[in-house]
Design a protein around this ligand. Sequence first.
Ligand code: ASP
Length: 339
Amino acid sequence: MRKRVYIAYTGGTIGMKHTRAGYRPEAGYLQKQMAAMPELRNPSMPAFTINEYSPLLDSSNMTPREWLKIARDIAKNYRRYDGFVVLHGTDTMAYTASALPFMLTGLGKPVIITGSQIPLCEVRNDARENLITSLMIAAGYDIPEVCLYFGGKLLRGCRAVKVSADGFQAFASPNLPPLGTVGIDIEINWPLVRKKAGRLRLDEFAAPVVVSALRLFPGISPNLVRNVLRPPLQGLVLETYGVGNGPDRDREFIAALSEATDRGVVIVDCTQCLEGTVDLGEYETGSALARAGVISGYDMTAEAALTKLYSLFGRGYSSDRVKREMTKDLRGELTVGNR
Ligand code: ASP
């Protein structure tokens, strides 16, 4: 039987049209292009349904409300389809790809997020390949994960980061090899693929969430840090230097962190480096943060840490519970065995 794929079309360059103000998404435009592609009607391709969202968004306009809309859409259509493709802008694709795994607990089917750097309507584009291969993977491969497919690489969603503003190889997962690579063949690295576990449960954001991210820079003012950490903030991804270090000679900076963690704010230390892991014991400048109550984000991306905080607080967990869960590997977002 022909496999069936559900396409959630949220917006992004892939379906955009050129206007005087620059590219923007337009209702119905992508479907018109897709209807003119004979390869999508080839018997080797799955049957598919497209749900065009309204409004279609440039992903720079996405918010957690949209993550929830996509997760609900997948959950609602879960039983009727073999796999899911989410067409999405590249700008915040890594955030959505990181958020969805935490919301789709017990996922047993592939969810492939993709998009393109050049719209499908242009003669020379990367949209065609990304779309066709994503549909094939969603239909033909038993990968029970949220993945990001782009430029020949299938990445675990919650490990992905955007690494190029204009290249076709726009995404990477520096701390995890790709789950698959696409050349003449589609090759899946099966030992890396997670196993199915239980039944799908949608973890909605039931409770209001206030979280943030802050990138350290030389000379950052403790007042700025204090302001960011003010109530009602619940969690912060602190993007630090190297293996998780910060300016420990600045007493006010350390005091601002301590005061916040004493109030129950969960501060997660993620490195600004693209690759490698936080190790708060390696330098004095890291252990000072640990003493101030900051917890290690290990090798999580800042995107994964932020969306994980979102999801855990969204479930209504206490700050102690969020702290515990943040250091556990829930969806393959961090490498167990890190210090
Ligand atoms: N600004 C676009 C977006 O993220 C960029 C893209 O899709 O490549 O929606």
